[in-house]
Design a protein around this ligand. Structure first.
Ligand SMILES: O=C(O)CCC(=O)C(=O)O
Ligand SMILES: [Fe+2]
Length: 339
C-alpha cells in the first residue's frame, strides 16, 4: 500500500462513507515491541493525588518508536480521578473569566458566563441542544489569540492549581524536570467532530513538552512530521490516556480526524478503581480525612461529590456523546509564571 502523507491520512480517517479501515491505527493495548517501547516513569516522592492517580510505577507508559519524544500513558487515572477532571472541565473551567468559544449573540442575547449552568437550566430543548453542541473550547491561564497566534500578558487568568500541580507531577515522573503549566485549552468534541492538522508553536519555550489528557469518548489522534507532506501515525486515544509531545515530536503536525463511541467507560465503576489503588497497588487505604488534610478543601469536597452517582449522572450523560481533551503548555521561557 502506498504510504499516505498527513493530509491524506486526515481525509482517510475523517471519511464517513465508506468508513475507514482502522486496522492500522495503533492501539497501545495490543501493540508489539516493534511499534512501542516501554518508558519507565519514576516514582518521585509520594503520589500527591492517591485518589486520582494510580502510582507511577504501575503506569503503562510507552514511547512510540517511529515518533521519538511521543510518550503515551495508558489511563493512569482511577475512575474517581476521571470523574474529578470531567467535572472540572465541564462545570468549572468554562466559567468567566476564562475564555470560551461561545458567541453570546448566537444565544438570543444571553451572555453565557457559566456554560454548564446555562445548559443545565435551559428549558427549551432546542436551545439546550444548541448550547450543548456549541461548547468547543475554553482556555485557562494565558489565553491564546487565535488570530494573531500569540499569548499576551494582557490576556491571562489564574491557572487552576489542581491542574498545574498534577501536570507538574507528570513532568517530574517522566523526567522532564521543572515544568510550569501556564496555559491550557480544554477541547470539547461532540461525536463526529474533528480538529484539523496544526502545530503548537506560539510558546516561547518550545523545548517544554505539551501534555494532553483525554476523557470520555475515543478518538483517532494523528501525528506526523514538521510538514503535512510527511507520513503520519494514527493512534487511538481513550478515556484517561495521556500523551506527551516532547523532543522531536513537540513541533510536529497533529490532528484529531475522528471522535467515536467507545464501549469502555472507565469512569463508571468506582469499586474497581479503589481495588486498583488500594489493594493491588499496595498503597495505603485512601481515607477521606487524610485527603482533606493533604489537599485543598475544594479537591477533597469535589472527590466526595464525585462518589455520589446522582451528582455524577448529568456529567456521565454529557460524556456519553463527547470527548474532552485538556491540552497543557508552558508558555514562558523559564517557566516562572506570574499568574
Ligand atoms: O484533542 C487532542 O487530542 C489534541 C488537541 C490539540 O492538539 C490542541 O488543543 O492543540
Ligand atoms: Fe495541538
Amino acid at each position: 500500500m502506498a504510504e499516505r502523507n498527513f493530509k491524506e491520512s486526515f481525509k482517510f480517517y475523517k471519511a464517513r462513507f465508506p468508513a475507514p479501515d482502522l486496522s492500522e491505527v495503533l492501539d497501545v493495548d495490543n501493540a508489539s515491541e516493534e511499534t512501542c517501547s516501554p518508558f519507565k516513569a519514576q516514582t518521585s516522592g509520594s503520589n500527591p493525588f492517591p485518589l486520582i492517580l494510580k502510582p507511577p510505577d504501575k503506569w503503562l507508559c510507552y514511547e512510540v518508536n517511529n515518533r521519538p519524544g511521543l510518550i503515551f500513558i495508558r489511563n493512569p487515572f482511577t475512575a474517581l480521578g476521571q470523574r474529578y477532571w470531567v467535572v472540572r472541565s465541564v462545570r468549572d473551567y468554562p466559567q468567566a473569566p476564562n475564555v470560551v468559544n461561545l458567541i453570546p449573540k448566537k444565544f438570543e442575547k444571553e451572555v453565557i458566563d457559566d456554560w454548564w449552568r446555562a445548559f443545565r437550566s435551559a428549558k427549551d430543548p432546542k436551545f439546550r441542544e444548541n448550547l450543548k453542541a456549541s461548547m468547543r473550547w475554553a482556555t485557562l491561564g494565558y489565553h491564546h489569540d487565535w488570530d494573531t497566534k500569540v499569548y499576551s500578558e494582557s490576556m491571562k487568568n489564574v491557572f487552576p492549581t489542581d491542574l498545574r500541580e498534577m501536570t507538574k507531577f507528570f513532568a517530574k515522573a517522566l523526567g522532564y524536570g521543572k515544568y510550569s503549566a501556564e496555559a491550557a485549552i480544554v477541547n470539547f468534541y461532540p461525536l463526529g467532530t474533528t480538529l484539523s492538522g496544526h502545530t503548537d508553536h506560539s510558546e516561547a519555550d518550545l523545548d517544554a513538552p505539551l501534555f494532553s489528557f483525554s476523557f470520555g469518548q475515543k478518538a483517532i489522534f494523528l501525528i506526523g512530521g514538521p510538514t503535512k507532506e510527511e507520513p503520519a501515525t494514527a493512534l487511538f486515544l481513550r478515556s484517561g490516556d495521556v500523551v506527551v509531545m516532547s523532543k522531536q515530536s513537540r513541533l510536529c503536525y497533529h490532528a484529531v480526524p475522528r471522535v467515536m463511541k467507545d464501549c469502555l467507560e472507565p469512569w463508571k465503576n468506582l469499586g474497581e478503581s479503589s481495588t486498583t489503588v488500594c489493594e493491588k497497588d499496595e498503597v495505603e487505604q485512601p481515607n477521606c480525612k487524610k485527603m482533606k488534610e493533604e489537599t485543598s478543601d475544594l479537591l477533597a469536597e469535589l472527590l466526595d461529590d464525585c462518589r455520589d452517582d446522582s451528582f455524577w449522572k448529568p456529567f456521565q450523560s454529557y460524556l456519553e456523546t463527547t470527548r474532552i481533551n485538556i491540552n497543557i503548555r508552558q508558555v514562558l521561557k523559564d517557566g516562572q509564571t506570574s499568574l
